[in-house]
Write a protein that binds this ligand. Sequence first.
Ligand code: WAQ
Ligand code: MG
Length: 266
Amino acid sequence: MDLKSKFMTGDREFKFYKDKIMWSIRMRASKKDVHISGAEGIYSKSDLQKICSAYIRRALKHPRGKPDRITVTIEELKQKPKTASLLEVTTLRCKSPEKAEKLIIKNLDDLGISKKAINTGLKILRAKKTMRGAAIVKMKSGKCTEPDKIRGVRVSRFGIEKSADKKLSKLLTKSKINTTTVKEALTLASKVNSCREIIAEVCISDDPDYTTGYIASKEIGYLRIPNIKKKGQMHGGRIFFIKEKTASDKIITFLEEQPIVVKYIH
Ligand code: WAQ
Ligand code: MG
């Protein structure tokens, strides 16, 4: 094959990859209508079976309990995914939940988020009753703008491109944190914080045995905070702090509907 036809083949393959139809998979597990766990991602058709069975396995052996209902939604994406860059990962030194709280307050304060808004966020994160999704808090007034205060807003339709995923695995393996939990949280945070109207995110896992949380923003990247809660504690959640003057419905549509594939690694 001469050079020209080789190039042509490569070019066609590239075009095919770009135009390939992608699928969204979302899983929810609950018991007596109380949320236990969820997962979501963007995948190619050939991965659907493998991913679904992994999601079902996860739902069945979740540390928050045994579900009596598992819903899996598999949907072809109607919009072509936009791309976002992966946030840079840093693990902070933190020995206790008290120290973690100080780190969270300091970082949010530096980003211009008011004391009132920070307190609203912390109260939600510490509450006994966890939400299925995230709270959306205005950065100055501290007003909660999610339409359903019990459910919150669930970020969906995000994934990571295969070659970026491989690179990321290598990077995380070096720090011994190459786990699905870290990768999924980092991908979600990269979608969330790619939104211009979102200033920062704070997350505590609601899993009783997962005690590392994070704070993320465009400026500071993805800062992992060990010992954000004590082992065995059931509380957790996610807070998205947004610009004071933004209408939250646009943000919610972006978070729920806009497919984003994370592609670039710093
Ligand atoms: N959209 C919005 N909020 C969500 C979503 C979502 N897709 N998934 C979970 N949440 C909210 C919900 O309130 C949960 O209670 C809370 O976040 C925690 O969810 O680098 O595992 O799935 O080691 O338990 C952080 C990893 C792991 C830190 C976070 O969250 C690290 C985690 P979980
Ligand atoms: Mg959880």
